[in-house]
Design a protein around this ligand. Structure first.
Ligand code: OSB
Ligand code: MG
Length: 383
């Protein structure tokens, strides 16, 4: 089945978080989210979301750079082209455009969603997913005190989350995580995410986390520090999981070759879309490396894409796939994302495409700017 994208509407919506989310490199209270609405020549419509943040603290990209990249360099690559398969889109977007993975991913994932819509199949199955439920974890931001963190972690535990991840930074680490382990006991699956807040010279300090039996520590060092992560991993019993460092299948291969980590957090936005995500997933499956699906405080649209991806076989650890109500007073999709009593999110297999309805009235209410991109002039066969 071929895709022929006639029109892409970019929208920026503002969506307030229920409470500010603080990580070691910054804090966000209100999300500025870029949504894409892609329309096929036959009238099929699919939605995707660009996960770039408000500030360039997690990655170099922001919503504003992504908007520019999509409008100026990337959308013109797909508009009006005959796309034989969504698996071919990523390679074409990479020609002559360095970086901008989140901008590329928004388009590429939109093409997969459109393919699913046109085929009348759930996105999960078009991607090769096999699960119908996915275990869910929560990511808790840095709190003002260990007590405040314990309170939130306990509430999450009581709700049934399968994994509790706490953000850490120097000054809010060993004491905080120790308090959570003490309060919730040995059985709970606990992990910490440093978002690159440490240096290799902190190795001894980070080793103080080892007795806490964390299932992993995520991204302790800088994004480019694969060699130093390998040195750190040799000094830690706790498995290192990489997030920011893994931007492609090649980086995942490097991690494995260097033993710079033992687990990968796959965020499709960070790696340029579903093709790279599937490539990393398959490589890790062959190499005995577990993966899980990370989150970027997405709206229900981005979350739909993540849940579909997380239904692939090697997503064996709980993902950062919290229900809508953990983030928002009201989401922009129906039904909203929920979690069952066993801490599982259900893969929507009874509907084609992303499996949730976009509440267009609500999207319109939240929209602060929009731009329609259409083909000017003619274009031949993709790429
Ligand atoms: O490092 O995983 C991260 C949110 C924004 C930027 C980076 C990260 C996160 C999260 C949130 O941990 C996960 C979620 O969407 O619940
Ligand atoms: Mg992370």
């Amino acid at each position: 089945m071929t895709i022929h994208i006639e029109r892409i509407v970019l929208r920026e919506i503002r969506l307030a978080l229920k409470e500010p989310f603080r990580i070691s490199s910054g804090v966000v209270s209100e999300r500025r989210i870029c949504l894409l609405e892609l329309t096929d020549a036959d009238g099929a419509v699919a939605w995707s979301e660009c996960v770039a943040g408000e500030q360039p603290n997690y990655s170099a990209e922001t919503i504003d750079t992504a908007w520019l990249a999509i409008r100026e360099w990337l959308a013109p690559r797909v508009l009006g082209c005959t796309i034989e398969a969504p698996a071919r889109v990523a390679a074409s977007l990479d020609v002559g455009v360095c970086g901008h993975n989140m901008a590329k991913a928004a388009l590429e994932m939109g093409c997969w969603a459109l393919e699913a819509q046109i085929r009348g199949e759930p996105l999960s199955r078009v991607l090769g997913g096999v699960r119908d439920r996915v275990p869910t974890g929560i990511s808790i931001g840095i709190q003002a005190s260990p007590d405040a963190l314990v309170q939130r972690a306990r509430a999450a535990f009581d709700q049934g989350y399968r994994k509790i991840k706490v953000k850490i930074q120097p000054g809010a680490d060993v004491e905080y995580v120790t308090a959570v382990r003490g309060a919730l006991g040995d059985a709970v699956h606990l992990m910490a995410d440093a978002n690159s807040a440490y240096r290799l010279s902190d190795a001894e300090h980070l080793a103080e986390l080892d007795p806490l039996d964390l299932i992993m520590i995520e991204q302790p060092l800088s994004r480019d520090d694969l060699v130093r992560h390998a040195q750190l991993q040799r000094r830690l019993r706790t498995p290192i999981c990489l997030d920011e460092s893994i931007t492609s299948v090649d980086r995942a291969e490097d991690m494995i070759e260097l033993a710079a980590g033992r687990i990968i957090n796959i965020k499709p936005g960070r790696v340029g879309g579903f093709s790279a995500s599937k490539g990393i997933h398959d490589l890790c499956e062959r190499s005995g490396i577990p993966v899980w699906c990370g989150g970027m405080l997405e709206s229900g649209i981005g979350r739909a894409h993540n849940v579909a991806l997380a239904s692939l076989s090697n997503f064996s650890l709980p993902g950062d796939l919290s229900p809508s109500a953990r983030y928002w007073e009201r989401d922009i999709v129906t039904p909203e994302w929920t979690m069952d009593a066993e801490g599982m999110v259900h893969v929507p297999l009874n509907r084609p495409g992303i499996g949730v309805e976009v509440d267009i009235g609500r999207v319109d209410d939240l929209t602060v700017r929009s731009e329609a991109l259409e083909l000017t002039g003619s274009r031949a066969v993709f790429p």
